[in-house]
Design a protein around this ligand. Structure first.
Ligand code: HAM
Length: 421
C-alpha cells in the first residue's frame, strides 16, 4: 500500500524544531503579558467574505492563495490566511472594545496556497499582536517596540523597514496616481495587473511578474497630506528617541488592503529568499468597514517558521538544556509485576515537580537500560529488581561516577532529597 504523506507545503513539527517553536511561544506569552496583552483564539476557518472585505479581494492572498471551500450547507468558507481579520471580527462580535483599549495576541496556523520553498509553507504559524482603541504615536511606537524587544530577547538580529500608507484620502490619491502611471504601459502588464489598474491600483506595486515589477520600480513616491506627513515625521522622531534603527522604504505597500498609516516589516540577513520575519501596520478603517464602531487599530504578525530558524536551539542553549535531560531514569527489572518502579516514579514526580523523571518502558536487559539512560543524559538511574523488591529498597546509581547507594522504597521526602542531591 502506498504511504500517505502530509500535503505539499505542510510539515510535521517535532524534535528540535518543535522545541524552538515552544521556546518562542513561551517567550511570547511571558513578554506580552508584561505589556498587558491577553491571548485570543479565533477559528481557523471563517466566512470567505471576511477575508475579501478586509485583506482585499484583489490581493494575491485572497485572489490566488486562499484555501476556500463550501461546507455541507453550501456556505462559502476559507481557512484563514492571516489573523487580523478574525481578531477584528471577534472584537466586533464580542464587543471587546466595551472596556476601552483592547490588547490581544494570538498564536496559531495560517494557510496560503503559495509555491512552497525554504521558509514558505502552505500551513505556517504566526504570533500576532493587535491593539484596538489607541490612535496615538505612542501606540505605534509600543507595537514596533514590542516586536523589537521580542526579537532582541531571542537574540535575533533583524532590520526594520517602515513606510506610511496614509489616510483614506492619501491612499485614494496614490491609487489614482499609480493607475495614471501604469495606464500607458497596460499592454506590457500581466492580465491580473491590467485588471488592477481599475480595480485596485495599489496592488500593481506587489505583482511578482518581472515585467510588471520593472515598471513598478519607476513609480513616483506617494505624496502625503499634511496630517499624514506630520504623523510620519513624529513616528520617525519617536523611533530615533527610542534608539530603534530603521530604514524608510517608500515602495513598501504590504500585500494587504487594510493598512492606513504606518506600515513596517522586519527582515533578517540570516534567512534565504523568504527573509521577512514580521509585518504589520495601522488599520484604522477596518473595524468600521467590517460593521463595528470606528476604532483605531494597529498590529503585527511574526512568522514563527522563519523565526524558529534563527533562534538558538534549546538543546544548545544551557538555559533550556536542563529540561531536556532526564534527571532520573527508573528501571523496573526484569518485568516489575507489581509496578513498584512505576509507583516509585510517581513518588519522585511528587517530590521533584521541577525535574524530569523517565520510566524505562521497554523490556530489555539491565545493560541495555543503562545504555539508554546514558544516551538520554540521565543523572541518576533507579533500579528496582527482584532483589530490591525482596528487601523493600531501591538501588540508586549516579551516572557521573558510577557510584551506587540504596534507599528504602518507602523513603520520605527528606531521604529522597538527600539521595538525589
Ligand atoms: P504578513 O506580512 O502577510 O502580515 O505576514 C506576516 C509574516 O508571516 C511574514 O512576515 C512572514 O514571516 C510570515 N508568513 C507569511 N506567509 C508565509 C508563508 N507562506 N510561509 C511562512 N511564513 C509566512 C499579516 O499576516 C498581517 N496580518 C500582519 C498584521 C497584524 N498587520 C496588522 N496586524
Amino acid at each position: 500500500m502506498t504511504a500517505i504523506h502530509a500535503p505539499r507545503g505542510t510539515r510535521d513539527l517535532y524534535g528540535d524544531e518543535m522545541a524552538r517553536f515552544a521556546l518562542i511561544e513561551t517567550e511570547a506569552r511571558s513578554l506580552l503579558a508584561r505589556y498587558g496583552y491577553s491571548e485570543i483564539r479565533t477559528p481557523i476557518f471563517e466566512a470567505r467574505n471576511l477575508f475579501e472585505r478586509s485583506v482585499g479581494d484583489a490581493t494575491d492572498i485572497v485572489a490566488k492563495e486562499l484555501y476556500n471551500f463550501k461546507d455541507r450547507k453550501d456556505r462559502e468558507m476559507a481557512l484563514r490566511p492571516e489573523g487580523t481579520a478574525g481578531v477584528v471580527r471577534a472584537y466586533i462580535q464580542n464587543n471587546l472594545g466595551a472596556a476601552g483599549l483592547a490588547k490581544y495576541f494570538y498564536l496559531g496556523p495560517m494557510f496560503r496556497y503559495e509555491r512552497p520553498q525554504g521558509g514558505r509553507y502552505r500551513q505556517f504559524y504566526q504570533l500576532g499582536c493587535e491593539l484596538f482603541g489607541a490612535d496615538s504615536v505612542a501606540a505605534d511606537l509600543e507595537i514596533i517596540g514590542i516586536a523589537e524587544r521580542f526579537l532582541a530577547n531571542l537574540s535575533v538580529d533583524a532590520k526594520l523597514k517602515i513606510n506610511f500608507i496614509g489616510c483614506a484620502e492619501c491612499k485614494k490619491a496614490y491609487a489614482a496616481a499609480i493607475a495614471a502611471f501604469f495606464l500607458p504601459h497596460a499592454d506590457s502588464l500581466c492580465g491580473d495587473c491590467q485588471k488592477r489598474i481599475t480595480k485596485n491600483p495599489l496592488r500593481l506595486l506587489d505583482c511578482k511578474v518581472p515585467a510588471c515589477g520593472t515598471i513598478a520600480e519607476t513609480v513616483p513616491d506617494q505624496s502625503l497630506c499634511e496630517k499624514c506627513s506630520t504623523r510620519f515625521i513624529s513616528i520617525e522622531r519617536g523611533l530615533k528617541e527610542l534608539e530603534v534603527s530603521f530604514v524608510i522604504d517608500r515602495r513598501m505597500v504590504r500585500g494587504l488592503d487594510y493598512y492606513t498609516g504606518i506600515v513596517f516589516e522586519m527582515t533578517s540577513q540570516n534567512l534565504d529568499a523568504q527573509d521577512a520575519i514580521l509585518g504589520g501596520g495601522r488599520y484604522d478603517e477596518l473595524v468600521g468597514e467590517l460593521g463595528g464602531p470606528k476604532t483605531p487599530a494597529i498590529g503585527f504578525a511574526i512568522g514563527l517558521d522563519r523565526l524558529a530558524r534563527l533562534v538558538v536551539p534549546p538543546s544548545e542553549n544551557p538555559a533550556h538544556g536542563a529540561s531536556r535531560t532526564p534527571f532520573v531514569y527508573v528501571i523496573g527489572f526484569p518485568d516489575d509485576p507489581t509496578h513498584a518502579a512505576m509507583r516509585f516514579s510517581e513518588k519522585l514526580r511528587d517530590v521533584f515537580p521541577e525535574k524530569r523523571i523517565e520510566q524505562g518502558l521497554v523490556a530489555r536487559s539491565l545493560k541495555a537500560h543503562l545504555r539508554e539512560a546514558d544516551k538520554l543524559g540521565a543523572s541518576y538511574v533507579v533500579i528496582i529488581g527482584e532483589d530490591e523488591i525482596g528487601k523493600g529498597s531501591v538501588t540508586i546509581k549516579k551516572m557521573q561516577d558510577g557510584s551506587q547507594s540504596t534507599a528504602p522504597m518507602s523513603s520520605d521526602e527528606t531521604i529522597l532529597r538527600e539521595s538525589f542531591k
